[in-house]
Design a protein around this ligand. Sequence first.
Ligand code: SF4
Length: 92
Amino acid sequence: MVCTSVKEGLDCFFMSKEGCRFNGGTCHQIVEQCEGCQKVQEFPTGNYCLVFPDPAAKWRLGKCSMATHLKETNIKGNGKLNPLKASKRNFH
Ligand code: SF4
């Protein structure tokens, strides 16, 4: 249903005829770690995530899985260099 509270006009799974069914009865605003993410949208009521109703929960246990502003650091990080170094070591 289309949200009539904080994300007005956005189709949302949690919206019902009785109002928002999300925990607390409303979405929560983005947290500091979300800044720069493309999923952030500004509404007259504040800045909210288009995917998650409670962004703080997505960061509580590590990095948000849907964050668009972290991709570069993820690729540069542990992804490719370490396995290569490891395989070279195995040949010698
Ligand atoms: S997708 Fe994750 S990082 Fe991006 S705004 Fe939503 S909660 Fe924040």
